[in-house]
Design a protein around this ligand. Structure first.
Ligand code: AMP
Length: 397
């Protein structure tokens, strides 16, 4: 606890941190909290899993008072991240009650309008915040601290203009904190026009390579699904994330895993918000242990206890690989990233190896049953016994 105290964190927040059983500050917390508490504008190069939420929470919580209007605004790219950040802020503010509200699209606007009247801290997605600005149901004139969370992602998702419009609605006299996994040109441009003498801090890496085992299987396209089923049934795992590149594949894989007796749920941007929240609730509570997802839906989600990440499709963008595998081996725990590649993944996999400093070891194919994927017409899945082939182990660097 002493180390958190040394960063300048006050008693009520220290108490919540103690309750969370955090032993020492993470690297991004150590580097950014003293600057944040000194009121500086900060650009932090850090991703989900780095502990960035507590970093900006320290500034928000120590600078806000109950009942003095909206004093802090946090913009995030996705609805899930909004929920997650609002929940984290609520937890951290246990001993300094503040009204914290999550504001995002896809759900009713009226409860948000009521909540905004008395909120002290607002976390939201740019679209819905702008909607409230247009309706005059949000007052940003008291904002002292503005946080742009996952700024690069907000820009990738096309929210650049929206974010700028919102920034212009906030008072000029404010502190701005920008968190981003990558410091892109757009991030730099935004910082130049909207931040005051920002200081930049970054952390080297958010995947602990010592705790993360990365492997791949080279498999025929017709055996890909069978191998996934086999591994899910035989690997000793807790929560599992299976990544696919498209919504269609996500649905198809989740559905067929269920047919194969595996408790899987799909999450992607095409699902209604209520359904997405439900899926996340089930996964958080451990009711569904396998989450099949796209990058967009998974981005920014903080789920602790993920022991395995599977790449059922290898990501098209090589940096996405790091985001995906960063879901496991968090906060000192061990994790495994398993890549299941067939011929159509070779190009993407070569890019992953070329662009990232990762060590991925080939695993021999196990002996397994063939699990047929159901045809869309709904024909039954046959289980055909087939002997696997043994490959020599190779190492890729
Ligand atoms: P974040 O990057 O803010 O999404 O945080 C990732 C996870 O790390 C969350 O589950 C936090 O509760 C946890 N966490 C944050 N700070 C610490 C810390 N200093 N020690 C251990 N866990 C932490």
């Amino acid at each position: 606890m002493e180390k958190f105290k040394d960063l300048g964190i006050g008693e009520p927040l220290l108490k919540s941190i103690k309750g969370e059983k955090f032993e020492r500050p993470s690297e991004i917390q150590e580097k950014s909290i003293p600057l944040i508490l000194a009121g500086r504008d900060v650009i932090a190069g850090s991703a989900t899993g780095s502990g960035k939420t507590l970093a900006f929470a320290s500034g928000i919580l120590q600078g806000s008072e109950r009942g003095k209007g909206i004093q802090a605004l946090v913009l995030t790219p996705t609805r899930e991240l909004t929920e997650q950040v609002a929940m984290a802020l609520t937890k951290f503010s246990k001993y300094m009650p503040l009204e914290i509200i999550a504001v995002y699209g896809g759900v009713g606007i009226n409860p948000q309008i009521r909540g905004l009247k008395t909120a002290d801290v607002v976390v939201g997605t740019p679209g819905r915040i702008l909607d409230h600005i247009g309706r005059n149901t949000i007052r940003l004139g008291k904002v002292k601290i503005l946080v742009l969370d996952e700024a690069d992602r907000m820009f990738d998702m096309g929210f650049k203009e929206d974010v700028e419009r919102i920034i212009r609605k906030c008072p000029g006299e404010r502190q701005t904190l920008l968190f981003s996994a990558t410091i892109s040109k757009d991030v730099v441009r935004l910082a130049r026009s909207h931040m005051k003498k920002p200081l930049q801090v970054s952390v080297e890496s958010y995947v602990d390579p010592k705790k993360l085992v990365q492997t791949y299987y080279d498999v025929g396209d017709d055996m890909k699904f069978s191998l996934l089923v086999h591994l899910l049934k035989h690997e000793d795992s807790r929560l599992v994330m299976v990544f696919c590149n498209t919504k269609r594949n996500t649905d198809k894989v989740a559905k067929n895993l269920k047919f194969s007796g595996i408790d899987a749920q799909a999450i992607h941007g095409g699902l209604p918000q209520g359904k997405r929240n439900n899926v996340m609730k089930q996964f958080h509570s451990g009711k569904a242990c396998v989450l099949v997802c796209t990058d967009v839906a998974a981005r920014g989600l903080d789920i602790s206890g993920v022991s395995h990440v599977y790449n059922y499709d290898i990501p098209r963008e090589s940096k996405q690989y790091i985001h995906r595998v960063g879901r496991t081996a968090r906060a000192g725990a061990e994790g495994k990233a398993i890549n299941i590649l067939s011929m159509k993944d070779y190009d993407n996999f070569s890019n992953v190896l070329r662009d990232n400093d990762v060590e991925i070891t080939e695993e021999a194919m196990p002996v397994m049953e063939k699990a047929e994927m159901r045809k869309p017409e709904g024909r039954g899945n046959k289980l055909i016994f087939r002997r696997g082939q043994q490959h020599n182990r190779r190492r890729h660097r």
